[in-house]
Design a protein around this ligand. Structure first.
Ligand code: ADP
Length: 466
C-alpha cells in the first residue's frame, strides 16, 4: 500500500467507498421497491374486491321477472343472485370469488380455493396464507345488499405478482449502478492524474535541479489557479531566489578572490625581490612596510566582507530600537573630526531630537563609511559637511557633502556595486565594499541612499529614511 502512488491511493479509497455506497443503495432500492410493490398489490386487491362488491345483487323471483338485462344469474334461496358483467373475477393477478359463508364457491375464480376453505372470513381484513411456499394475500368483503347476508366476496392475489417488476428493477439497477461506479472510478482516476500532474512536475524539476545543478529549470504548467498551480508558482519563485542567491554568492566569492589576489601578489613579489640578495636594514624595513600595508588592506577587506555577509545572511543579529539620530550623528562627527586627514574640516549641522527606529551599530557604520570616503576622496584643505534634517512629511535625510574629486558619470551607476572602485580611487586604500555596505544598511532600515556628484567639484551622499 505504501508503494502505491497518491492518485492510485485516492482512486482506491473512493472506489471502495463508492462500491459500498452503491451496494447499500442497491439493497435499499430493492427493499423499498419490494415494500412499495407489495403495498400496491394489496391496494389493488382491496380495490378490485371493493369494486366487485357493487356488482353483486339479490333479486327475489318477482323482481327477477321485471328485469331484462343479460347478466349472470345464480339461483339462490327464493330468488336469484345477479352478477353484473362488470364483475372482474380475474384482473391483474387478483382473483375474486363469491362464496357462501361455509366456503362453497358460488361464482368467480380462486386458484387456492381448497387451501383457503378453512380460512375464516374476515370483513375488511387482508389476511396472509402461504401455499407451497408462496404467500397469498386474501381480502374478504361481506356484501351489504339485502338477501346476501350469508354471502362473502373473497379476493386472492399472490405476492409473486410483483416478481416481474422486481426483477426489472433489479436488472436495471445491476446494469446502471455498476456502470455508474465504473464511470466514476475511471473519471476519478483521470481527474486525480490530471490534478496531481503538477506535483509530479514539481518533483521532476526538483530532481533535475538536484542532479544537473541547473538552477535555471522551472516548473512549466498550463493555465490554472488552483492550489497546486499556486504551489508550483511558489516553487518557481523559490527556485528563482535560489538561483539569484547562488549567483550572488558565486559572484561574491569570485570578486573576493580577485580582490585578495592583488595584495597577496604584491606581498609575494615584495618578498621574492627582497630575498634575492642581501639588503640593508632600511631596505628590509621598507619591504616589511609594504607587506604590513598589504596585510592591513587584506584585513580590512576580510572584515568588511564578514560584516557584509553577516548583515545579508543574519539580519536578526541586528536589533532595531528607537534611537536619537541627532545624538548619534553628533557623536560620530565629533569622533571623525579628529582624523583631520589632508587638513579637511568636518562640520556637522544636525537638527535636534530626530528619532528613528534603527540599529545603532549599523547606522554608525553607514555614517562613518560615508565620512571616511569623503576624507579619502577629499582635497587638501577641503571640507566635509554633515547635515541631519526632517521634512514636513517626517522623512529624515542624513547627508555627507564634500568638495573632493567627485565621481564621473560612468562610475556613478556602479559605485554601490561590491568591490567597485573608480580608477582614480584605486590607490586610496579602500576595499570597494564601503558603499555596498551602506546601501545594504539603508535597505535594512527600509531607507535608501542617493548620490549627486560633480567630477572635480565634490559629491553629496544622502541617506533617506521615512
Ligand atoms: P572604497 O573602499 O573604494 O571607498 P566604496 O564602496 O566606499 O569603496 O566606494 C566605491 C567607489 O565610489 C570608490 O572607490 C570611489 O571611486 C567612489 N566614491 C565613494 N565615495 C566617494 C566620494 N565621496 N567622492 C568621490 N568618489 C567616491
Amino acid at each position: 500500500m505504501k508503494k502505491l502512488s497518491i492518485r492510485l491511493k485516492i482512486t482506491l479509497w473512493f472506489s471502495i467507498i463508492l462500491i459500498v455506497v452503491v451496494a447499500l443503495t442497491y439493497l435499499v432500492i430493492l427493499s423499498v421497491s419490494g415494500q412499495i410493490i407489495q403495498k400496491t398489490i394489496r391496494d389493488n386487491l382491496i380495490q378490485t374486491v371493493e369494486s366487485n362488491v357493487d356488482e353483486v345483487e339479490y333479486y327475489s323471483s318477482s323482481d327477477m321477472a321485471s328485469t331484462n338485462d343479460v347478466d349472470y344469474y345464480v339461483r339462490y334461496g327464493d330468488g336469484y343472485i345477479e352478477i353484473d358483467d362488470d364483475f372482474l373475477d380475474q384482473v391483474n393477478g387478483v382473483y375474486t370469488s363469491l362464496c357462501s359463508s361455509d366456503g362453497t364457491l358460488i361464482y368467480g375464480e380462486n386458484p387456492i380455493v381448497r387451501e383457503t376453505a378453512g380460512l375464516a372470513f374476515s370483513d375488511f381484513q387482508v389476511q396472509r396464507i402461504t401455499v407451497d411456499g408462496t404467500l397469498y394475500y386474501v381480502f374478504d368483503r361481506k356484501p351489504e345488499t339485502e338477501g346476501l347476508e350469508d354471502m362473502w366476496l373473497r379476493g386472492v392475489v399472490s405476492e409473486n405478482q410483483g416478481d416481474a417488476e422486481m426483477s426489472d428493477i433489479s436488472r436495471y439497477s445491476l446494469i446502471l449502478l455498476p456502470s455508474l461506479v465504473l464511470i466514476a472510478i475511471i473519471g476519478g482516476y483521470l481527474i486525480a492524474c490530471r490534478t496531481l500532474r503538477p506535483i509530479r512536475q514539481i518533483a521532476d524539476t526538483a530532481a533535475q535541479i538536484q542532479q544537473g545543478d541547473d538552477l535555471k529549470k522551472r516548473i512549466e504548467l498550463n493555465e490554472g489557479d488552483d492550489e497546486l498551480h499556486r504551489l508550483a508558482e511558489q516553487f518557481n519563485e523559490m527556485f528563482a531566489r535560489l538561483e539569484t542567491s547562488f549567483q550572488t554568492q558565486q559572484q561574491f566569492v569570485s570578486d573576493a578572490s580577485h580582490e585578495l589576489r592583488t595584495p597577496v601578489a604584491v606581498i609575494n613579489a615584495q618578498c621574492e625581490l627582497t630575498l634575492e640578495q642581501e639588503r640593508t636594514a632600511e631596505e628590509y624595513e621598507e619591504a616589511l612596510n609594504v607587506v604590513w600595508r598589504q596585510g592591513r588592506k587584506m584585513n580590512r577587506m576580510i572584515n568588511s566582507m564578514l560584516d557584509f555577509t553577516r548583515l545579508k545572511l543574519q539580519p536578526e543579529r541586528y536589533a532595531k530600537e528607537r534611537l536619537n539620530l541627532s545624538e548619534l550623528t553628533d557623536s560620530v562627527c565629533q569622533d571623525m573630526a579628529l582624523i583631520r586627514e589632508k587638513e579637511i574640516t568636518l562640520t556637522c549641522e544636525a537638527e535636534p531630537e530626530v528619532y528613528c527606529n534603527g540599529n545603532r551599530e549599523l547606522l554608525t557604520r553607514l555614517l562613518s563609511n560615508l565620512i571616511s570616503n569623503a576624507y579619502r576622496y577629499g582635497k587638501e584643505n577641503g571640507y566635509i559637511k554633515v547635515s541631519l534634517t526632517t521634512d514636513r512629511n517626517g522623512e529624515i535625510t542624513l547627508s555627507v557633502e564634500d568638495n573632493g574629486i567627485g565621481i564621473s558619470e560612468e562610475d556613478l551607476p556602479n559605485i554601490f556595486h561590491r568591490f567597485y572602485q573608480a580608477d582614480a580611487s584605486r590607490t586610496g586604500g579602500g576595499s570597494g565594499l564601503g558603499l555596498a555596505m551602506a546601501e545594504e544598511i539603508a535597505a535594512f532600515h527600509d531607507g535608501e541612499i542617493s548620490v549627486e556628484s560633480n567630477p572635480g567639484c565634490g559629491s553629496r551622499f544622502s541617506f533617506h529614511l521615512k
